[in-house]
Design a protein around this ligand. Structure first.
Ligand code: SF4
Length: 286
């Protein structure tokens, strides 16, 4: 427990993630990683009287899955005395993820997986939620495993711009964009799970029903197999990106954001990904 807490503190210092007067919105899904992060940050923030911690949970609308996670998240926040806010896809975008997936399946549209839609909408929802609660930082519980998977996925897709944007602290500049930090980026998922068990933290253990469809899952299996055979693989992948970053940044325009012509939210193109998605859905409806 001490070693994990020390490692998180060191990561926060190394990447200059937090300031003494930050209002931090912790993205709490109810899973082991986010609940562990909430516990560690709550402990750290006790000694920073000017900092505030708020928990935000995004309810994607996944029946039988998110309901349980929400209860757990709210219970853990109560235990720690952390204010908890829930924002749903339904309230923000007009439909739950289940409804969207059902509609796409009915139309025989299988271009994108549930996770691809979920990722686009959740990123937006989290930024809106953080703004609404007045936070100037969003802390997410992406672990070393998540980060290594993301690096490989972007390499396989040949998406250099996304690869360059993957950072422990985001630096895209826009007044409506809340800065994201990842204090667990050097913590292997196994250690975060161990922390939750040792601290007897309650968390949701059952996986999302859509998780098996995700491309990320295949990268998870592959990296776990590699790690088993060649210990340190995940760190090597994560650190490779740090070394590649200077070259990547000269190749991809990563820092400047405009606004979506439809909704006014930050966007790197004329129409943001969320509006593209909603337009597509409405066109099919018409
Ligand atoms: S597994 Fe996919 S659909 Fe489920 S919460 Fe995660 S990203 Fe969303």
């Amino acid at each position: 427990v001490e070693s994990i807490e020390a490692k998180v503190r060191a990561t926060i210092t190394k990447h200059n993630m937090l300031n003494f007067s930050d209002k931090i919105a912790v993205a709490v899904s109810g899973g082991k990683d986010s609940i562990s992060l909430l516990h560690i940050l709550a402990k750290m923030e006790c000694v920073r009287p000017k900092a505030t911690l708020v928990a935000v949970t995004i309810d994607e609308g996944i029946k039988g899955y998110r309901d349980e996670a929400l209860k757990i998240a709210s219970l853990e926040c109560q235990k720690l005395g952390v204010e908890h806010h829930v924002f749903s896809f339904k309230q923000l975008f007009g439909f739950a993820l289940d409804e969207l997936v059902e509609k796409k399946r009915r139309e025989g549209d299988d271009k994108l997986t549930a996770c691809a839609y979920c990722g686009i909408l959740r990123r937006r929802a989290l930024n809106v939620a953080a703004r609404e609660v007045g936070a100037n930082k969003i802390a997410t519980a992406h672990t070393l495993d998540d980060e290594a998977q993301t690096v490989l996925m972007n390499i396989f897709r040949g998406d250099l711009s996304r690869l360059a944007k993957e950072k422990p602290v985001t630096d895209e500049v826009h007044p409506k964009l809340v800065q994201k930090v990842k204090p667990f980026c050097e913590i292997p998922e196994k250690e975060s799970a161990l922390y939750a068990y040792l601290k007897k933290v309650k968390f949701q253990a059952s996986p999302c029903p859509y998780a098996s469809e995700a491309l990320r899952n295949d990268f998870r299996v592959m990296l776990n197999q590699m790690e088993e055979k060649h210990a340190g693989t995940k760190f090597t992948v994560f650190n490779s990106l740090e070394r590649l970053r200077p070259c990547l940044q000269t190749m991809a325009n990563t820092a400047h954001f405009g606004e979506c012509q439809e909704c006014g939210e930050p966007s790197s193109g004329g129409l943001c990904k969320v509006c593209e998605l909603l337009k597509q859905l409405n066109e099919k409806k018409a």
